[in-house]
Design a protein around this ligand. Structure first.
Ligand code: RUQ
Ligand code: CUA
Length: 664
């Protein structure tokens, strides 16, 4: 491949140029090798080997692929509404998108982390961040649905998030932007950054049994930008490591003003110590406002609560919580190897990869081997913390994952490649071009104690000539590599939904065996459930009409409704009585601007409809459920405002008009 050598001084310029043009390796069109097709081929009727959860970037969603086939299995609405699932359209799901700013139906989703027990993936939950309106979501991997969303106060641009501790004690989230705190007056001049802008890192506790999230405490830090992060493990258990940038504290033209210093920092946090202070009541309680939304599989409904308090621990008052380690040059990725001994920093503008040693960091702290402080936080001497540097690995290192066999794999955005190197001697072992400009990469379990290895997936920022043109925007893309041998082998390209950032992958059996098939109808606690066809009814109270309707192959009960009047709000509460796997029914009523519903077996969902004109409105099932799916339909009559048509509803009471037409 064509390598680009650039003098270090012009790296910023190179980064800017290449981020526009990409860097096209010479053999971009090469065949992948004759056995590649068979390696990714999953015969009809066979399952994939792994689940791959991929962030949806600016789509706010998460998508699920099978590996090695790259087949799209599901899109999960997280920080988004989703017309494929009725998510965000039904009355039951709407509260999931509530925030302290009101409903935010579309967010920016970058990073994912699977829950762990003892540093290994346990297959229970998937955590996801939202950058724009800071939020963290917990997705239940039994249902592949968003179960909980918590908003984060005192944060702006929740990019450094979500990263979990070894036993999922906490989901940790750092702010990208420093800002004035929510509990202080934020109406300050922007150029008072140095005085008024602060950073925070939030520790969100996760209840071991049901996963319930709660903001436990927030660390207050000097104003700068916090970026990617990972928790320690093994010997470094109890610690957390964050990359940071903009130690220059610039508030304008950051591409220049935040790229001035030769080194920014990796922030090392002793979270066990911080937790001790928190538990001892050393934090300061402050008033804030943030939403906490939960979805219940029992009521099949979401609730949104506005919380009003959080606890702040100011790191400058507790000198043994946080330490800075210099790291060249605007670090982005920050990754901890499976043994927990090494911390890899990746400077976006650096031409080397520094690898820090946890043992040396501890020795430096004990010996107070510091180089002054940054905003009251001791700065450990670079050499004192350094295990060593990977020399000339490529240009623009971003993220690193591990195969569990002593090797690290780093993406290089500018030189558009993945580089495999040895943690032992820091020598480059192999390099392979990607098409083009990879951001994140994912090795199944590659950020845990026990990587599964075998595959590596690169998530590319530029795809240019890889797919058929589709107008001004091209397909987003992942690339699958085989890493079971000494050399990386490219196996396939597959498009992704939204711009992919971080991803996680896990052997399929860990999740497949627990998958929910139906919701038991007798356990349905939705207040508007209809527990059987005999219980269907239509109830008027004032100008509100509640329709308690059931669905079963292949009819609604009732399917004829009269007595609705203009000015009414009609709530269709649909209960799907099926108790078979994969038999959802849909519901649509002509003119309903709220959309449609898709109701799973045993579930109740509600569609609100305010008819606008007098007439007959068809309703029908939108999901092909049986041979007579097309017959699953009915009518609602809407009368004028003052009309005296009474509420009535029925099923199967046919008039004989049709029979009379047939008479000979
Ligand atoms: S970032 S390309 Cu949003 Cu994870 Cu590194
Ligand atoms: Cu029910 Cu189609």
């Amino acid at each position: 491949m064509k390598k680009i050598f650039l003098p270090v001084l012009s790296l910023t310029t190179a980064f800017v140029l290449l981020s526009i043009t990409g860097c096209k390796p010479k053999n971009a069109g090469d065949a992948t090798g004759s056995d590649a097709a068979s390696r990714v081929y999953v015969p009809p009727g066979k399952y994939d080997e792994l689940y791959n959860f991929v962030s949806g970037g600016f789509s706010g969603q998460v998508s699920v692929y099978g590996i090695p086939s790259g087949r799209l299995l599901r899109v999960i609405p997280v920080f988004s509404v989703d017309p494929e699932k009725g998510w965000g359209y039904s009355e039951e799901t709407k509260p999931m998108l509530n925030t302290s700013h009101g409903e935010v139906p579309w967010g920016d989703q970058h990073h994912l982390d699977l829950s762990q027990t003892n540093g290994e993936i346990d297959g229970r939950w998937l955590f996801a961040n939202e950058n724009n309106t800071p939020r963290v979501a917990r997705i239940d991997l039994k249902t592949f649905r968003t179960a909980e969303i918590i908003e984060i106060p005192n944060s702006a641009g929740n990019h450094s998030s979500p990263f979990i501790t070894e036993n999922t004690e906490y989901v940790v989230a750092g702010t990208r932007f420093s800002v004035p705190m929510d509990y202080e007056n934020g109406d300050v001049p922007i150029d008072s950054y140095k005085k008024n802008f602060k950073g925070t890192i939030s520790f969100i506790s996760v209840a071991p049994k049901d996963g319930n999230m709660k903001i436990a405490f927030q660390l207050l830090l000097p104003g700068m930008n916090f970026d990617l992060s990972h928790s320690g493990k093994g010997p470094s258990s109890g610690w957390f490591f964050f990359s940071t940038y903009n130690s220059e504290q610039a508030h304008t033209l950051l591409e220049v003003n935040a790229s001035k210093r030769d080194k920014d920092y990796i922030l090392a946090v002793n979270w066990k110590k911080a937790e001790e202070y928190f538990k001892a009541g050393k934090g300061k309680k402050v008033s804030v406002k943030y939403a906490h939304n939960k979805y219940s599989d029992s009521t099949h409904s979401a609730t949104s609560t506005i919380e009003t308090e959080t606890t702040i621990i100011d790191t400058k008052d507790f000198p043994d919580i946080a330490y800075m380690i210099p790291c060249p040059k605007s670090p982005h990725g920050c990754d901890v190897d499976p043994t927990g001994q090494y911390i890899v920093g990746s400077g976006k503008l650096a031409a080397l990869i520094p690898v820090f040693s946890f043992a040396k960091i501890q020795q430096a702290i004990d010996a107070k081997n510091f180089d002054g402080d940054y905003g009251g936080i001791p700065v450990i001497k670079y050499e004192a913390a350094l295990h060593g540097e990977v020399k000339k690995p490529g240009l623009g290192p971003l993220h690193t994952e591990f195969d569990g066999k002593g090797n690290a794999y780093t993406t290089f955005f500018i030189s558009s490649e993945i580089v495999k190197w040895s943690l032992q001697d820091l020598k480059v072992i192999d390099r392979h071009p990607t098409y083009y400009s990879p951001g994140h990469l994912c090795i199944p379990g590659g950020d845990t104690k026990k990587p599964y290895g075998k595959y590596l997936i690169a998530y590319n920022k530029i795809t240019k000539d890889r797919y058929l043109p589709t107008g001004p925007e091209l397909a987003q893309s992942a690339q699958l590599f085989d890493i079971s041998g000494d050399k990386m082998k490219l196996l396939s390209d597959y498009p992704t939904i939204g711009e992919p950032h971080y991803a996680q992958a896990v052997p399929a059996e860990l999740i497949a065996k627990n998958s929910t098939k139906i919701f038991k109808i007798e356990e349905n606690r939705n207040p508007y459930v209809t527990m059987g066809e005999g219980k269907s009814k239509v109830v008027r109270s004032g100008n509100r009409v509640d329709v308690y309707m059931t669905m079963i192959r292949s009819h609604f009960n009732p399917d004829n409704i009269e007595g609705v009047k203009l000015g009414d709000d009609v709530y269709f509460h649909l209960t799907n009585l099926e108790q078979d796997w994969d038999v959802p029914h849909g519901f649509a009523v002509k003119g309903a601007p709220t959309g449609e519903l898709l109701v799973m077996p045993g579930e109740t969902q509600t569609l609100k409809w305010t008819p606008q004109t007098v007439g007959i409105y068809p309703i029908y099932c939108t999901d092909f459920c049986s041979a007579l799916h097309q017959e699953m339909q009915g009518y609602v009559r809407v009368s004028a405002k003052g009309s005296n048509v009474p509420i009535s509803f029925s099923l199967g009471k046919n008039s004989d008009a049709a029979d009379s037409l047939l008479k000979k």
